[in-house]
Design a protein around this ligand. Structure first.
Ligand SMILES: [Zn+2]
Length: 498
């Protein structure tokens, strides 16, 4: 009822308002004052203009400026109050909190007793030495010298990692002003060694305590999601291991195109776990990438200089003739019709058909004498092998070695592309003998540090050993915090049978 009446009453009002609005809309509020000068419409327009102008002038800001709130007067007491509440680094003289001087309620002692012993903790800082750290803690020069001499007998004193904490106990000084004798000192000298110094019959003795360490390499496998980095982190890989993995992979594959979501990464790093619970990540040993269960990259650290070798290349590429790329020859050396320029000209090299991004290997040990854009050759690398021989690699999508670098036979120097005058991804490979182009297939490059059969067997055995490490075993012994971060649905740790 109430609602119905409400509607009924509102209706005529709405109609009246509508009519009024329609009337208002017909009025020309701002007529052109250049037309019909002197007419009633003109005067009304003039009136509107003057009225609006007066209204605008009436709103002209004037009078006194509005004063801002006065700044809080800071006297010394207030300043100190603020200071006591702020947090500052100690290095900048931070003095958070308040200190009060002794009041009259505090009575000074007539005699100040010495503590019989002092228990301290000292931390070895970056760039600091153990002896200096001990002396700052109050150990006498003589005692610090003895500690260093004793320590040198069990480990290299300079190799103690910064951040190592030492527990010290200083005894009662022999007399006023004398230094306190060192009674006890314990710290971790090495990842696998604890040392304790103690005073027995007035002489310092050292007790080394080896810590048992498990050296089983850490293997992390998982599926690349939207980001390899995040997926590997989620699978429990330490940051250093992922960085080494990406760096190594980047030297053998083009990272921009090589890794796709759904690929499986396989990382093996040296890993040391002590019986006291700490872990230490070392060098990358193996970097693998798989797509649909088939290996796309299998890189193993091999040899003294820490180089990585592709498992498939180790057998095929490192013995006998090294091919600059895995692919078939699509155009031979000699005269031919140029596919882009259209006329017959000398083809000064051999073309290999290969997919975009496929790695290009140096055919022999060499020095890089050109790396970069080279006109129609596009991205181009030229290697000097000595003895008057040079090889060149053209149309790369990306070069992987800088000018002046030394490269080994089989090392990746770039990736197949189609830069410069090229109709599609391929490698244009040239060989120069004393500056003139010759048929690249006429010369066989034999690798100077050729891998013999025995080494190849050892390489394969090492690869098998690393791939036999169960990723599950490493996961279960991880620190609880790390294990918790690995609980994402992306994680897929294959528990391979070893
Ligand atoms: Zn060519």
């Amino acid at each position: 009822m109430v609602r119905g009446r409400g509607f009924g009453a509102a209706k005529p009002a709405k109609v009246r308002r509508g009519e009024l609005l329609a009337q208002l809309e017909t009025i020309d509020w701002a007529p052109d004052l250049a037309e019909d000068i002197g007419s009633a419409r003109w005067f009304r327009g003039l009136g509107t203009l003057i009225g609006l102008s007066l209204a605008a002038l009436a709103m002209w800001p004037g009078g006194d400026a509005i004063a801002a709130a006065p700044a809080l007067p800071l006297d010394t007491a207030a300043r100190d109050e603020f200071r006591s509440q702020m947090i500052q680094p100690l290095a900048l003289g931070g003095d958070s909190g308040r200190r009060m001087a002794a009041t009259k309620a505090v009575a000074p002692l007539a005699y100040q007793p010495e503590r019989t012993s002092m228990q301290l903790t000292a931390t070895l800082a970056q760039g600091d030495s153990l002896a200096r750290m001990l002396m700052r803690a109050g150990v006498s020069d003589a005692d610090a010298g003895i500690v260093m001499a004793l320590l040198a007998g069990v480990t290299t004193p300079g190799s103690i990692t910064p951040g190592t904490q030492a527990d010290l106990r200083l005894g009662q000084p022999a007399g006023p002003g004398a230094a306190r004798p060192l009674e006890h000192l314990a710290f971790r000298a090495r990842f696998d060694l604890d040392v304790t110094f103690s005073r027995v019959d007035g002489r310092l003795i050292i007790t080394p305590q080896p810590i048992s360490v498990d050296n089983t390499p850490l293997r992390i496998r998982g599926v690349v999601g939207t980001s390899l980095y995040r997926s590997a982190r989620a699978a429990g890989a330490p940051i250093e291991a992922i960085q080494q993995y990406l760096h190594t992979l980047d030297q053998h594959l083009s990272l921009d195109t090589a890794i796709e979501p759904g690929d499986t990464f396989d990382i093996v790093v040296t890993y040391r776990r002590s019986s006291t619970g700490e872990s230490q990540v070392g060098d990358l040993l193996f970097a693998g990438l798989e797509r649909d269960g088939r290996p796309k990259a299998q890189l193993l650290r091999w040899g003294g200089d820490g180089l990585f070798f592709e498992a498939s290349g180790m057998g095929a590429q490192r013995t006998g003739l090294i091919m600059p790329v895995v692919g078939r020859i699509t155009s031979n050396f000699g005269a031919r019709r140029h596919p882009v320029l259209g006329y017959t000209r000398m083809h000064a090299g051999v073309d290999f058909g290969a997919p975009h991004g496929a790695p290009i290997y140096a055919v022999g040990d060499a020095k890089v004498i050109y790396s970069g854009w080279h006109g129609g050759h596009g991205n181009y690398v030229k290697l000097d092998h000595g003895g008057g021989f040079a090889t060149a690699y053209a149309h790369m999508s990306r070069v992987a070695v800088p000018n002046g670098a030394r490269v080994h036979a089989g090392q990746v120097i770039g990736y197949v592309g189609s830069t410069g005058l090229s109709t599609g991804p391929h490698l244009h490979y040239e060989l120069y003998r004393n500056g003139g182009a010759v048929n690249p297939l006429s010369v066989r490059f034999t690798v100077s540090n050729q891998v013999d059969q025995k080494e190849l067997i050892a390489f394969k055995a090492r690869m098998g050993q690393l791939k036999g490490v169960s990723p599950g075993a490493a996961m279960t012994s991880m620190a609880p915090r790390q294990a918790a971060t690995a609980q994402t649905p992306r994680r897929e740790i294959d528990r391979l049978k070893s």
